[in-house]
Design a binder for this molecule. Sequence first.
Ligand code: SF4
Length: 284
Amino acid sequence: KEFRNNIRPNWCPGCGDFSVQASIQRAAANLGLTPDSLAVISGIGCSGRISGYINSYGFHGIHGRALPIAQGVKMGNRDLTVIAAGGDGDGFAIGMGHTIHAIRRNIDITYIVMDNQIYGLTKGQTSPRSEVGFKTKSTPAGSIESALSIMEMALTAGATFVAQGFSSDLKDLTSLIEQGIQHKGFSLINVFSPCVTYNKVNTYDWFKENLINLNDIEDYDPADRVTAMQTLMAHNGLVKGLIYQNKEKKSYQDIAKGYSQESLAGSDIQLKEDQFKDLVGEFM
Ligand code: SF4
């Protein structure tokens, strides 16, 4: 309850993003976080509104830039649990450069992508996650571009925590988010979060029929990167659960020289008046 505020989400009834919001709130509560120890930073899109719907520190950033802001927040205050959130268009099109570099940097934040295979806020155009043949207003004859295999890409880029959830599985999604927050390094959680208004192909029923639960694969070992890649390729990326985790690689914070053990935000930094004037005087 403490992570709820009095703002009513203006998502369409049935939008998958409701479950993502609830899962973040539950995960935070289960881990014993408090509103002032959590920051949720979002980009632009329907899903980008999520930072306003959770009672915590939050910042609704600009398109594709949730990750640079989230990384800055974490570097400024290492004591905060930082979650970046946004849609597949936000993170895997305009924000893809940031996604790749945050992955290889292995900075200790969690990135939750609400993947609905379409641009919802702008009323239904293909996204980087739309499959070939997907018909939208921007592709009336069907998309001729291949969908980005985001989980495979994350593994290739050196991700240390790769998971995929489904909005319909609140309990499993909450658990994945908890594991992602607890992971020491960058955690990427892609969530199949149906857009009930504009995507009439990748519906809740479609995912229920097509998603493979990794828990049902005998001896699946998320520590084995090769198996993870092979499994993704065998099922066209349509798996849910913890795909891969590397607990050995150190996070950015662990290896960055000069990164204080004490949070910058908690440090006693005082500028003398003349120094302050030198810095900002001309703007005052
Ligand atoms: Fe959700 Fe789609 Fe409605 Fe946006 S347009 S709020 S993604 S259902």
